[in-house]
Design a protein around this ligand. Structure first.
Ligand SMILES: Cc1cc2nc3c(=O)[nH]c(=O)nc-3n(C[C@H](O)[C@H](O)[C@H](O)COP(=O)(O)OP(=O)(O)OC[C@H]3O[C@@H](n4cnc5c(N)ncnc54)[C@H](O)[C@@H]3O)c2cc1C
Length: 594
């Protein structure tokens, strides 16, 4: 037992304890293992819950998976192929009429100018399994299933957590330097710490119905990721995780007409029947009511304990931002924890987790609620306000045949475009920037502190990167030559385990000297462990030719400045060419908090 840990009774010690083995907890453990930090995950349930929940991995989530060594080509082989997920359908029912459609997020080939990894749809349990399989091979992670958080005590620089082994019905204590609560929206850790949330509830009452059915013969070639059903009995959508099996129907209902307590399997069946629109066999697996609301924890850190993922923020699934925000959280937190555990970051660095990530949750949560309100009000307004369902149906079928009514309906559908294109939120957030985006679909890369390093396709030697080439051949519109040129991104230049200074070849000797000078000046305990890499444009990599290369060159302006990038691929500083050691040290010290 180390002297630091001797003052309190405990049974084991581990550097980091993670509470919750959902996607946020699993990815955090994986990232920490990549950074050589050991962790234990405790997960309340013995097996993964069957309800599929999230389906969309955003471009940013895939970028960070790639950076951490999860092969995106492998991820893309699981889940919905691009062609099947490309559309959002607006329909009277699955077997009924298609009233309109919108693209589902950005899966056009042009989006590859902004990100190397376009969105991919994969059921949440499949993603969790993929990460868990990697963890099973790691000596640095242990997952304890059927173990639940009970309480914790914080000491001077450590936490003792009481855990219940639910199988053995025994409690035990683990001492760790840090605890990260990834235990979901109802976080027991958050409640235990007394952390309150800001947010609000709307008056929209929702029901999630999980059922299984082979819907392929019903929808035929009208494939899509989401199917918004306008039938007045439904007023909701089906997520097409796997149209031959698992389905979730999320619908908006009037609690005055159908109080929550009155819902039973029979009523669920009447809603599912209306959404399918023809007889087909299925089982109702579960149903659960919820209120469209948003919650963001007021504090993401209480001494040595952090909240991440849904434990820190929860919002409706309209926008597909929940899981992706959680993955962004743990990506941001992992290198900071590693820095502190390995001695190259001070405790103040850990405060930047909240200052950087909480604003993202505030924006994403508000947008998800806005998306939800807008779309459900469209469904309600489609001539379906009469209390008599049959009258509503007649109105709906009449309106969709009526050219004038269709002008308004099409406008209503068009008005939902922003809901289904969140590119600006997925990759456009800038740490430290409090501006609320006016249109979340709009993305313009920027080279300022806090922004994610702008992406461009590069030529680089494979040995240097040790990353698999991205295989973009699933984008059938690309020529062979284009697929060949789109294999490596500028983002690949920035490792998870290092700061990266990107410079032009003409300025390389100057900045090499500056790094050497800075290392001399660093506190002794930091100098030997601070990871820093110099990447030289024109030597280590070259841009693939094309208009996007020119844009990147102008944006980065490497003839006049060097770009210092954090291990999470976000820019820490743009250092003018005449910078000296002092400027580099100031940027690092300000962030790392020695
Ligand atoms: C229908 C639906 C569709 C969605 N679609 C999307 C989408 O497309 N894209 C997107 O980004 N998000 C989506 N979401 C949101 C997404 O599912 C969540 O944001 C995500 O699950 C959060 O992951 P997490 O790891 O933070 O929490 P969770 O997934 O909730 O995991 C928390 C884990 O902690 C465990 N736990 C709880 N209490 C304890 C305890 N006391 N001790 C130990 N362990 C505990 C739980 O068992 C669980 O395994 C959707 C959600 C729903 C319901």
């Amino acid at each position: 037992m180390s002297p630091l840990f001797s003052s309190s009774v405990f049974h084991e010690e581990v550097p980091i304890l993670i509470v919750g083995g959902g996607p946020s907890g699993l990815l955090l453990a994986y990232l920490l293992a990549q950074l050589n930090v050991r962790s234990v995950i405790i997960e309340r349930y013995p097996t993964r819950l069957a309800a599929p929940k999230a389906h969309a991995l955003s471009p940013r989530s895939l970028e960070l998976c790639r950076q951490a060594g999860l092969d995106v080509n492998e991820i893309r082989k699981i889940g919905s192929p691009r062609g099947d997920a490309y559309w959002v359908n607006f329909i009277t029912s699955l077997a009924g009429k298609q009233v309109g459609r919108l693209p589902y997020e950005r899966m056009d080939k042009e989006v590859l100018n902004d990100t190397p990894t376009m969105i991919h749809n994969i059921p949440q349990p499949a993603f969790e399994e993929l990460v868990a399989d990697k963890l099973a091979k790691s000596d640095l992670v242990e997952i304890r299933k059927n173990h639940s958080f009970v309480s914790l005590e914080q000491g001077d620089g450590f936490v003792v957590t009481t855990i219940k082994d639910r199988g053995a019905q025994k409690e035990y204590k683990i001492r760790s330097r840090h605890v990260v609560a990834c235990d979901g929206a109802k976080s027991a850790v958050r409640k235990f710490l007394g952390v309150t949330c800001e947010g609000e509830e709307t008056c929209e009452t929702m029901m999630t119905i999980h059922f299984n059915a082979d819907l392929k013969p019903v929808i035929k070639d009208r494939v899509g990721m989401l199917h918004w059903v306008m039938d007045p009995v439904v007023s909701g959508f089906i997520i097409g995780y796997d149209l031959s099996g698992n389905q979730v129907l999320i619908c908006n209902f009037d609690p005055e007409k159908h109080p929550v307590d009155s819902w039973n399997e029979e009523h669920c069946r009447s809603v599912i029947d209306a959404s399918i629109g023809m007889k087909t066999p299925y089982d109702v697996l579960s149903y659960r009511p919820w209120i469209l609301s948003r919650k963001v924890a007021r504090s993401y850190r209480v001494d040595q304990v952090f909240l991440a993922g849904d434990a820190a923020h929860s919002f409706p699934p309209t926008g597909g931002l929940g899981l992706n925000s959680g993955l962004g959280d743990v990506h941001n937190l992992a290198y900071k924890l590693a820095a502190v555990h390995q001695g190259w970051g001070g405790d103040k660095l850990l405060d930047t987790y909240q200052s950087e990530r909480r604003q993202i949750a505030l924006v994403n949560s508000s947008q998800s609620v806005k998306n939800g309100k807008q779309i459900f009000s469209l469904l309600k307004a489609l001539g379906t306000t009469d209390p008599d369902v049959e009258v509503c149906r007649q109105n709906l079928y009449h309106n969709i045949q009526d050219a004038d009514a269709m002008i308004e309906i099409n406008k209503g559908i068009e008005g939902q475009r922003e809901h289904f294109d969140n590119l600006g939120l997925h990759i456009g957030y800038v740490y430290g920037d409090k501006k609320i985006p006016t249109n979340v679909s709009h993305f313009q890369s920027s080279c300022v502190p806090g922004a994610r390093l702008p992406h461009a396709w590069i030529k680089v030697s494979r040995e240097k990167l040790q990353l698999p080439a991205i295989d973009n051949s699933y984008v059938h519109e690309l020529s062979e030559d284009e697929v060949c040129k789109k294999q490596f991104s500028t983002l690949d230049l920035c490792g998870l385990d290092t700061f990266t200074l990107i410079v032009d070849e003409t300025r390389a000797p100057h900045f090499k000297g500056i790094i050497e000078g800075a290392i001399q000046e660093l506190p002794r305990e930091v100098a030997g462990v601070l990871p820093m890499k110099l990447i030289v444009h024109g030597v280590d990599f070259a841009l693939q030719a094309g208009p996007e290369a020119q844009k990147w060159t102008e944006l980065m302006n490497l003839k006049k400045q060097a770009i210092l990038v954090c291990p999470d691929q976000h820019i820490l500083a743009c250092l003018p060419c005449n910078s000296g050691t002092v400027q580099l040290l100031k940027s690092l010290e300000g962030h790392l908090g020695w």
